[in-house]
Design a protein around this ligand. Structure first.
Ligand SMILES: *Cc1c(COP(=O)(O)O)cnc(C)c1O
Length: 391
């Protein structure tokens, strides 16, 4: 953060800054001098806009190893999750009403399933192990004759834990159950070959991979039985699955961000791994520190740790100018302790003191040095203030 020396931004899992190359792409698509026209229009200007949309679909499709016509543009991963889960549940409800997910999913999945429960669907919530992973035998045991959909995320947004989506997908395919993956934290960050993986529906969002906020995607596999109902009705855009005028500048920005992610993915992963290892080496010996998740099976851009006898909000404030998260960004508004860490069996105190550090392309080793120093001094300062608790 060279332009804001007072802040050290370590919250890339909540959102990323937009890459300047993405900004350049987008800014050419807004004004009269640029390709601003409605891509549904048949005139020359419309066809030019439409070419940018087609190009972006090619760029995102190349990153995911799928055909461009399998992608639907949405407003973000929240909408993609809603469209995939509700759309699939409704398309298949004549066959059965049983659905399977986990309580450690993002709110944009758990709250969708809760809404479906209120509408009469029957949802099985599979508990994770203490690191957050799904037990494949528990999934096998949960299948019923009327099961229609399984939704499991790829990378957990709070802990970074990676679920084995290949194995989960194989179990689903054997039973002709649709498999949806919330891939908001993994697209553009881990190699994903959706052309090979047994995944039917995958949600993603541009603002987690250095693209703009307000644009996302939904991948729908080209497979018989993989069909969803739309949630919105309007123009005929996007095969009527998600109508509305396409946001050409946002779509082109997403495409460019996907293209950049494809070329820098390996380098990014190496950089993130060295930052994560540096941070963990610098704080793991602090008395009472415990890692949340599984460092050997995680996306390296996220490190989540709890510390005994310390309260998270005070820790967060004592850590300033580090910008880190307690629980997940989506929960901090209502100050709810993390339901994800609770589901991992963490004690109230551990959940309360959990801090999520998340890094990105622009994070430097110097930033981690400051983060380690701040964390160590914040913990000892708070312990000095409350010696009775620490004793
Ligand atoms: C960020 C995130 C979302 C929500 O994405 P939006 O584009 O902000 O709607 C959903 N799921 C996961 C796992 C996320 O990390």
């Amino acid at each position: 953060m060279t332009d804001k020396p007072d802040l050290i931004y370590l919250d890339y899992a909540a959102t990323t800054p937009v890459d300047p190359r993405v900004v350049a792409t987008m800014s050419g698509l807004l004004e009269l001098a640029g390709d601003f026209a409605n891509p549904s229009a048949v005139h020359l200007a419309g066809r030019r806009s439409s070419a940018h949309v087609a190009n972006a679909a090619e760029q995102l499709a190349a990153l995911l190893h799928v055909q461009p016509d399998r992608l639907i543009w949405t407003s973000g991963a929240t909408e993609s999750n809603n469209l995939a889960i509700i759309g699939a549940a409704r398309a298949r409800q004549h066959r059965g009403q049983h659905l399977i997910t986990m309580p450690t999913e993002h709110k944009a999945v758990t709250d969708v399933f809760r809404a479906l429960e209120r509408q009469g669907f029957d949802v099985t919530w599979l508990l994770p192990d203490e690191r957050g992973a799904l037990d494949i035998d528990a999934l096998e045991a949960a299948f019923r004759d009327d099961t229609q959909l399984v939704s499991i995320m790829h990378v957990n947004n709070e802990t970074g834990l990676i679920q084995d989506i290949a194995r989960i997908g194989e179990s689903c395919r054997r039973r002709d159950v649709l498999f949806h993956v919330d891939a908001a934290q993994s697209v553009g960050k881990l190699p994903i070959d959706l052309g090979q993986l047994p995944v039917d529906l995958a949600s993603m969002t541009a603002h987690k991979l250095y693209g703009p906020k307000g644009i996302g995607g939904l991948y729908i596999a080209d497979r018989s039985g993989c069909h969803i109902e739309p949630l919105m009705f309007g123009g005929g855009q996007q095969r009527r699955l998600r109508p509305g005028t396409l946001a050409v500048h946002l779509i082109a920005g997403f495409g460019r961000a996907a293209e950049i992610a494809g070329t820098s993915l390996v380098e990014d992963l190496e950089h993130l791994t060295s930052l994560r290892d540096q941070l963990w080496a610098g704080i793991c010996d602090v008395p009472g520190v415990r890692l949340n998740g599984d460092i050997d099976n995680s996306f390296p851009g996220i490190l989540n740790a709890s510390v005994a006898d310390i309260e998270g909000e005070s820790l967060l404030l004592a850590l300033e100018p580090l910008c880190v998260a307690t629980g997940s960004a989506c929960n901090s508004q209502n100050q709810e302790p993390s339901y994800v860490l609770r589901a991992l069996g963490r004690s109230d105190a551990e959940v309360q003191s959990a801090i999520r550090f998340s890094f990105g392309r622009q994070t430097r080793h110097e930033d981690i040095v400051v983060a380690i120093r701040r964390y160590r001094s914040a913990v000892s300062k708070l312990r000095d203030l409350a010696p009775v608790l620490a004793a």
